[in-house]
Ligand binder design. Structure first.
Ligand code: GLC
Length: 737
């Protein structure tokens, strides 16, 4: 090391040892030494050379900025060697040697890519979801990362929105549970360990409510909708200990999130007491100029810092303008000190001041990444994420001894598509495709024939013939269709959410052969597929399953694993129904079956979804009965139980996600027709029956009432329990003052 920096010497040789001093005392020590320039530096983040994830202003000479002590963090710098090189510049060549923070989009895995987050959410298996984040953190930290820009916790009700693939779907309760699981997975129990990383709840807030499902578009939601629908997963992430938040690109009712004092200060700091730091989304400080919220970077800097945005991701506005704003008195020094303190706090918690190179271990990087153990865990996560949408005549599971299987479709042997749009350092070469998986699993004497049939997009039908030819020779057709990886994720929105190209036409031609057909669907969002749903006897929703796609699919297709996934999003019949969600309001003229007029409905499409929120079949069947409550009249703060009998009435062992919904029939404001308030994933052997018990208390029914108080109100409630949001048995109770 060229010279031990003043800071490290000061901290380690100080009166108290570094360990004895509290983090706050150590932050005080560091801040007492910092110049204004060095403080501004901590609030500045630039893009490294390992990836570009947006229109970031790219600073080619950013190493020089590091040496000036003017950089606090680098995103998109991966690998132990590269991060070590940059860290050495900060620690050894600057006056104080404050370590850099390296951040990356570790969304569903680092190298061992897991199913996309929407798919993992379809497992409703919080333990499995936490484990997936844990493996991602182990691998990312082994490659020098300190911080992930995940979990994305944006509620998504519009299937046109490309980033619906990145979150946990449409429901605040499920989304909250999953947000907490992901934060725990990334951050583990000890943030100072070298295999845990800081997490980031994003995009604060209501980014998924972009009008028209068009990324970055205007968001205009009421404060009540913001607080009751979009904020709960963020609060759950905060309660789980998330260390950072990211402000979204979007405005909310006229105020961009990155300069939104109500969001970043009133809610996040004053109401929620958050003590971590807020990073802007890429360039979103400067993009407030495009929003027309401010005229220049100076004003943008002033608005963002004063609102509570602690770190500027890649727009360089703080780097260029903050010193002037402070000297002009437009940004109080207390704001800067607060931001710097929050950023240093995370660096101390990660242990970076004790050992800035603790994440730079080449041996770990070699051993920990894409290990067999990690791949097995990814395979299990993928199995659990699949949703069986249809299985007439019980075509699935297939017999491994089957003579000939025709595997057809543009996604049957596509490695790149399986790791989807946020693949971090995942590589197609590491992917097991559906074709690979089926070949790995069938009996030796069985034959697997393959034909692509068509591309994902375009109108070329020239390969139909080859596909039909091999289908004619086979006993069953497995047809792999859906979206390409580039049709969802950031800025990948679709106005039409049909299965693209001529894939459905290929399915129609194949169905004329009157052979058993199984469609395996690959997609990053709900799709509208009326012909497939009506005419194909078996449909398995596979999303984008990650590196172990084929092995996991073979496990399910051949019955080694009985599918148990449930949809975390509603699948519309027609895109014209979006935004679509199960927890809608009843309105003054609700739909009725007994008459035609004066109801909230379309002339040409029903109101209902094709597949409802919470839907998913199994190779077995389950029956719900004997729904009883421990009390019918329940007092405030009085816990009561909801019990239901659940029986496996089929011939396969399997897991069922029993879901509990409530309806608050009357309120000081209108209330949704259903709200998820509990779920239990229950394994039952064939013929086995169990009593599933849910515990509820009045706090579970809180909402923002007519006075915007977060309270439960007395009155009549319904309780629904079932295997999805539509197919339920019900009873009722009264909440009494
Ligand atoms: C992107 C995304 C955000 C991501 C960031 C860094 O534009 O909106 O989710 O974490 O930039 O890549």
């Amino acid at each position: 090391m060229k010279n031990i920096s003043i800071l490290i010497a000061f901290l380690t040789l100080g009166v108290l040892s570094a360990q004895e001093k509290s983090i706050e005392q150590r932050i005080d020590s560091v801040m007492s030494l910092m110049t204004l320039q060095e403080k501004i530096g901590q609030m500045n983040q630039v893009n490294g050379r390992s990836a570009i994830t947006g229109p970031n202003t790219y600073e080619p000479e950013f190493e020089k900025i590091i040496k000036k002590g003017m950089l606090g963090s680098v995103l998109n710098a991966s690998g132990v060697d590269y991060t070590r090189t940059l860290q050495k510049l900060a620690v050894e060549e600057t006056r104080l040697g404050i370590p850099l923070l390296f951040g990356y989009d570790v969304i569903h895995g680092w190298k061992t890519i897991f199913p996309i987050p929407l798919a993992e959410s379809a497992s409703w298996d919080l333990e499995a979801i936490e484990k997936g984040a844990r493996i991602a953190a182990i691998e990312a930290s082994a490659a020098g990362q300190h911080w992930t820009f995940a979990p994305m916790v944006d509620i998504a009700r519009d299937s046109r929105w490309g980033r619906i693939m990145e979150g946990a779907g449409e429901d605040p309760y499920l989304g909250s549970k999953i947000a907490a699981a992901r934060v725990h997975g990334f951050q583990g129990n000890d943030l100072s360990a070298n295999n845990t990383i800081a997490a980031c709840a994003k995009h604060f807030a209501a980014y998924g409510a972009a009008e028209g499902g068009r990324d970055y578009n205007t968001v205009d939601v009421s404060e009540r909708t913001l607080r009751d629908i979009y904020l709960p997963p963020f609060k759950a992430a905060l309660d789980a200990g998330v260390q950072t938040f990211m402000s979204g690109f979007n405005e909310i009712s006229g105020v961009p999130a990155t300069g939104n004092k109500f969001l970043l200060d009133q809610i996040l700091r004053k109401e929620w007491g958050f003590d971590g730091f807020v990073v802007s989304d890429a360039n979103s400080v400067a993009e407030m100029i495009n929003h027309g919220f401010t005229e220049n970077e100076y004003e943008a800097t002033k608005l963002a810092v004063n609102a509570g945005c602690d770190m500027d991701m890649s727009s360089l506005s703080y780097y260029n303008e903050l010193k002037k704003a402070i000297h002009a008195g437009d940004v109080p020094m207390v704001k800067v000190n607060n931001s710097v303190r929050r950023i240093l706090r995370v660096k101390f918690k990660l242990g970076l001041f004790d050992d800035p190179f603790k994440y730079c271990d080449n041996k770990r990087e070699k051993e920990m990444i894409l290990s067999k153990e990690h791949k097995d865990i990814a395979r299990d996560a993928a199995r659990k994420s699949f949703v069986l949408l249809k299985n007439e005549k019980q075509i699935l599971p297939l017999n491994k001894e089957i003579k000939k299987i025709a595997v057809i479709g543009p996604l049957a042997d596509s490695k790149r598509d399986m790791i989807a749009g946020w693949k971090a350092k995942g590589e197609p070469k590491d992917v097991i495709t559906l074709l690979d998986g089926l070949k790995n699993s069938v009996a030796r004497k069985s034959e697997v024939l393959y034909a692509k049939g068509c591309e994902i997009e375009g109108d070329n039908k020239s390969k139909f013939g080859k596909a039909i030819e091999i289908a004619k020779k086979s006993d069953v057709i497995v047809l792999a269709i859906g979206e390409g990886f580039g049709m969802s994720a950031e800025n990948r929105n679709r106005a039409d959410i049909n299965i693209p190209g001529v894939q459905v036409e290929l399915a129609k031609e194949l169905s004329k052969l009157n052979k058993p057909i199984v469609v395996v669907l690959f997609n990053g969002r709900p799709l509208t597929m009326p012909w497939i749903s009506e005419n194909v006897p078996s449909i398995l929703e596979a999303w984008f399953p990650g590196v172990q796609a084929g092995n996991a699919l073979a496990d399910v297709i051949f019955g080694n694993y009985n599918p148990s996934g449930k949809l975390p999003v509603s699948f519309p019949i027609h895109v014209g129904q979006t935004p679509m969600y199960y927890n809608y309001k009843n309105t003054g003229r609700p739909i009725r079956e007994d008459s035609f007029n004066w109801q909230t409905k379309y002339l040409d499409v029903p109101n209902r979804p094709y597949y409802p929120f919470g839907f998913g079949l199994s190779y077995t069947t389950f029956q719900y009965s004997d729904l009883i409550l421990s009390k019918k009249g329940v007092g405030f703060d009085e816990e009561f139980e909801v019990r239901v009998k659940l029986k496996n009435t089929g011939k396969y062992d399997g897991s069922e996600v029993a879901q509990l919904y409530v309806r608050d029939l009357f309120g000081s404001v209108t209330r949704p027709v259903k709200e998820l308030k509990g779920f239990e994933k229950v394994f039952l052997k064939a013929g086995e029956e169990k009593v599933v018990t849910f515990k509820l208390i009045s706090d579970d029914f809180r909402f923002h009432n007519i006075d915007m108080d977060f309270v439960a109100e007395p009155g009549e409630f319904k309780v629904f329990v079932g295997g999805n949001s539509n197919n339920v048995i019900e009873t009722d109770f009264f909440l009494v003052k």
